[in-house]
Design a protein around this ligand. Structure first.
Ligand SMILES: [Zn+2]
Length: 196
């Protein structure tokens, strides 16, 4: 499975359509870092229109904000492009959210880290072939058969983020995929930039 499959995975997203208000400071941080990673092509959109990479912000361990599905080509995210995830069930591949857009199909990966980590407030997921190859099995690395959107990947992220607040995980079964989590969006982003 490759990044080209991303966006086609059928995951069950139940959207309660209502306007949500992401706090300004969080929206600004998400856009700031998203635009920087877009310049490096670590977040963005493929030629076929499928987006990759996303940023989430943990509200309280159960609920979090995450960029919406198919927003890879949006230059500045607003409240209309972000979903507030309110419930997840990994085994059922189920995400419930509020907003005007479905949550990213990678929401369950972000959720697994928040459930397992102590104090992670942000998760940044990027795609980068160079860093993915360079740090495979040198940083915490998921099992190679834990593919994009699978329960196995969620469980691997849970296992590797357990009892930590900040780290970087290489997703071996999700081509080019890297997850960074930390106590703030800034810290999660800076940890990634430090790898360069
Ligand atoms: Zn990905």
């Amino acid at each position: 499975m490759s990044i080209h499959d991303e966006g086609y995975i059928k995951f069950n997203c139940k959207l309660s359509e209502k306007k949500i208000f992401v706090p300004d400071d969080i929206l600004i941080k998400i856009n700031y870092w998203r635009n920087r990673f877009k310049l490096f092509r670590m977040i963005g959109v493929l030629d076929n229109g499928i987006g990759f990479g996303n940023i989430s912000y943990n509200i309280n361990g159960e609920k979090f904000y995450i960029s919406g599905s198919s927003t890879g080509d949006v230059s500045e995210l607003t409240n209309y492009h972000i979903a507030k995830v309110t419930f997840c069930n990994v085994e059922k591949n189920l995400v419930e959210c509020e907003g005007k857009i479905n949550a990213s199909s990678e929401s369950l990966s972000h959720y697994s880290i928040y459930k397992s980590s102590i104090g992670a407030k942000a998760v940044i997921h990027i795609h980068c072939k160079h860093l993915w190859n360079k740090y495979m099995n040198k940083l915490p690395t998921t099992a190679p058969d834990a593919y994009f959107g699978s329960v196995e990947l969620a469980n691997e992220l849970k296992r590797l983020s357990k009892n930590t607040t900040s780290n970087i995980i290489i997703a071996a079964g999700h081509e080019d995929g890297i997850f960074s989590y930390a106590e703030s969006i800034d810290k999660a982003a800076e940890n990634l930039l430090r790898l360069y």
